[in-house]
Design a protein around this ligand. Structure first.
Ligand SMILES: [Zn+2]
Length: 395
């Protein structure tokens, strides 16, 4: 059913580009407050006293808690939540599906847990604290709030929505990890507790549907136990918790496609929770999801001839955006820096230029902004000036 939902009729158009700011969030929430199905309240306040909202819907016995943007510069989950709100509030041919969800589940959304970080497009909160490493110390008001909500709601399922760097890729396929999934471990041994088992089965199911949409683009986030993090601790406390990381996808710098995937993942997951369908998925399928690795550059220049004191060598040049995190507007990531030089034949890239023996006049400096010009086999010119790329097509 979830796969037949026409995403574009629910996509929230105001959130398509630019920063996902708190002002924008408030504007969108004010339109929801007028609707009957979703209950909106201020759950608490950030360090700089911005409102943090809780949106609840449904009357079923299974409490589900979903939170996004605890890292302020990771807005994709928040955007997908608003698409989902549009779906949940609609009155159309999917009413039976909605009623099924509302009868079985009570959903509690906390969009943008870190509004102060979101305002600055930064990971941390206004105190400089990484909220997702503050579970034990509870020094940030945002971590205190999330903990209190977890105690109040006692969710059976938890969805922890993040963005990851576009440079994460999938082991074996070398494709970007457009979505990475994890049922976080609850201890050092990554034991399979009854609640973690459900999360693993649900992840396996999600991977199944994603494999039909983006085969080779789904990774598994590291299973290392992180004692300071919320997902790991909520798992330990008996909430079947899923980490969902939105990543890069070719041609999707604004992350609108992975936002749609988030929407589909959440609808599918809610259906699976409602019908207990996740029980049909195996732990083996979970373990077969390939690991997240870093075998990707933003731009790879292959087969450059480089003079060295010991003679001429042939190398590849791996370049990344100097601000390597992609969930920001394009203008912030336009500069290229030299990440690696050498035999990079085992790596992949969003864009590859083969210069087939183009010879350099001078040495290259690792870590610096790109300042050089290369010409490919078709005589197209790629000129980098202080990291900026100017492309001149051969006429
Ligand atoms: Zn994050």
């Amino acid at each position: 059913m979830h796969l037949f939902v026409n995403y574009n009729s629910y996509k929230e158009p105001l959130l398509n580009s630019g920063l996902m700011t708190h002002e924008l969030l408030k504007e969108k929430i004010s339109t929801i407050t007028n609707q009957k199905k979703i209950e909106v309240k201020i759950a608490g306040y950030s360090a700089q006293h911005r409102e943090i909202y809780q949106l609840s819907v449904g009357r079923g016995p299974i409490p589900v808690m979903l939170w996004s943007q605890m890292h302020g510069d990771e807005p994709t989950g928040t955007r997908a939540f608003f698409d989902l709100f549009n779906f949940l509030q609609a009155d159309d041919e999917h009413n039976d599906f909605r009623q099924l969800i509302f009868n079985h589940c009570t959903l509690h959304f906390i969009p943008m847990l870190n509004p102060d970080g979101a305002e600055l497009n930064e990971r941390r909160n206004a105190q400089g604290i990484d909220i997702n490493r503050d579970f034990l110390q509870q020094q940030s008001p945002e971590a205190q709030l999330l903990t209190r909500l977890h105690q109040q709601i006692q969710p059976a399922f938890g969805f922890n929505m993040h963005d990851q760097e576009a440079l994460w890729s999938v082991a074996g396929t070398k494709q970007p990890a457009s979505i990475s999934l994890l049922a976080p471990p609850a201890d050092d041994l990554a034991l399979v507790s009854p609640s973690r088992l459900k999360a693993m089965q649900l992840v396996a199911g999600i991977n199944g549907i994603l494999s039909s949409i983006i085969p080779g683009y789904v990774g598994k986030w590291s299973e290392t136990f992180e004692p300071h993090a919320f997902g790991d601790n909520f798992q330990r406390l008996g909430t079947s918790t899923l980490l969902i990381e939105a990543g890069g996808y070719p041609g999707d710098a604004e992350r609108q496609f992975v936002r749609e995937l988030n929407f589909k993942i959440l609808l599918y997951a809610l259906e699976q929770i409602t019908t207990a369908g996740y029980q049909h998925h195996s732990i083996t399928a979970y373990h077969q999801i390939p690991q997240n690795v870093k075998e990707l550059f933003h731009l790879l220049i292959k087969n450059v001839i480089l003079p060295t004191p010991a003679g001429i060598i042939r190398v590849d040049i791996g370049l990344n955006h100097s601000h390597s995190f992609d969930a920001v507007p394009l203008q912030h990531q336009a500069l290229y820096a030299i990440q690696d030089i050498g035999d990079l034949s085992t790596y992949n890239a969003y864009q590859t230029i083969d210069v087939q023996g183009y010879e350099f006049a001078h040495a290259l400096s690792l870590g610096s902004l790109a300042n050089f010009t290369v010409i490919d086999a078709l005589n197209n010119t790629y000129s980098f000036q202080n990291g900026q790329l100017f492309f001149i097509r051969k006429t």
